[in-house]
Design a protein around this ligand. Structure first.
Ligand code: ADP
Ligand code: MG
Length: 252
């Protein structure tokens, strides 16, 4: 029995969407469909979690949505822009200017302070950071007294919060996170998730997070379930137990 019954139809605009998205690795007989005809919209101002068993295609979907890799078939839109129609140069600029990323490994520059890391992408892009916005992010993420520290002087949880602040600094249209709590202890993970939640609720950001952790997914407004490269179901405002039960049903 599925626990999903008539999910509420939230009529939000899509910050990003995929139409008939497929990705095959390899060619011919040995081609592996990592994603198979996925159509999904990601609501603006929403926190969406993408869940599924290992190998179900979560990272592949996220990478296609974020323009980090190209699909074998189908289209991806960021707002009204079809990013799958862009050439590499235009796609690189779009990623830089309109998309934020948080990876499992924090990807901070070790020689720079936390504060410098946060605004580095904007400096590289030749854009002036909005000091008020950056200060509000830094405060929300609880890093105000850590800005002059280098990554090696920070805990893993603090480093990931720097990475999260960096992702938000340029006010991207959408933030993608792939297992952002995967390398964190549970307390640091909870702090990061609370920050992502606040980024959506208080700062109006759009966040899409891949996770295999039901507790992480329970912070999201919407949980989309992937299995074998297909979207198989979704839940809204789900508890960790509800997500866990559904994962068991998926055989994860
Ligand atoms: P998840 O993030 O849900 O664990 P992935 O999106 O990483 O899943 O992978 C989905 C499927 O695609 C898996 O079967 C995986 O082995 C395969 N896959 C992913 N990346 C590659 C790649 N670069 N080359 C070949 N197969 C890949
Ligand atoms: Mg993955």
């Amino acid at each position: 029995m599925s626990v999903i019954t008539n999910p509420p139809q939230v009529s939000t605009a899509s910050a990003a969407r995929a139409e008939g998205l497929s990705k095959f690795y390899g060619t011919g007989e040995s081609a592996i469909p990592a994603l198979d005809d996925v159509t999904v919209g990601l609501g603006e101002g929403q926190f969406t979690a993408i869940m599924g068993p290992s190998g179900s295609g979560k990272s592949t979907l996220l990478h296609m949505l974020a323009g980090l890799d190209r699909p074998s078939a189908g289209e991806v839109y960021l707002g009204d822009t079809e990013i799958t129609a862009l050439n590499d140069k235009a796609l690189t600029l779009l990623r830089r200017d309109r998309i934020g990323f948080i990876f499992q490994s924090f990807n901070l520059l070790p020689t720079m302070t936390a504060g410098e890391n946060i605004v580095l992408p904007m400096r590289i892009a030749g854009r002036k950071p909005d000091d008020h916005w950056v200060a509000s992010i830094v405060e929300t993420v609880g890093l105000t007294d850590r800005l002059s520290h280098r990554p090696s002087e920070l805990s893993g949880g603090q480093q990931q919060r720097v990475a999260a602040a960096r992702a938000l600094a340029s006010k991207p249209q959408i933030i993608f996170a792939d297992e952002p709590t995967g390398a964190l202890d549970s307390k640091s993970g909870a702090e990061l998730l609370a920050f992502l939640r606040k980024a959506v609720t208080e700062l109006g950001q759009t966040v899409v997070m891949v996770t295999h952790d039901p507790t992480a997914a329970s912070h999201a407004d919407r949980v989309v379930f992937l299995a074998d490269g297909h979207i198989v179901d979704e839940m809204h405002a789900a508890t960790a137990d509800e997500v866990l039960d559904y994962m068991k049903h998926l055989g994860a």
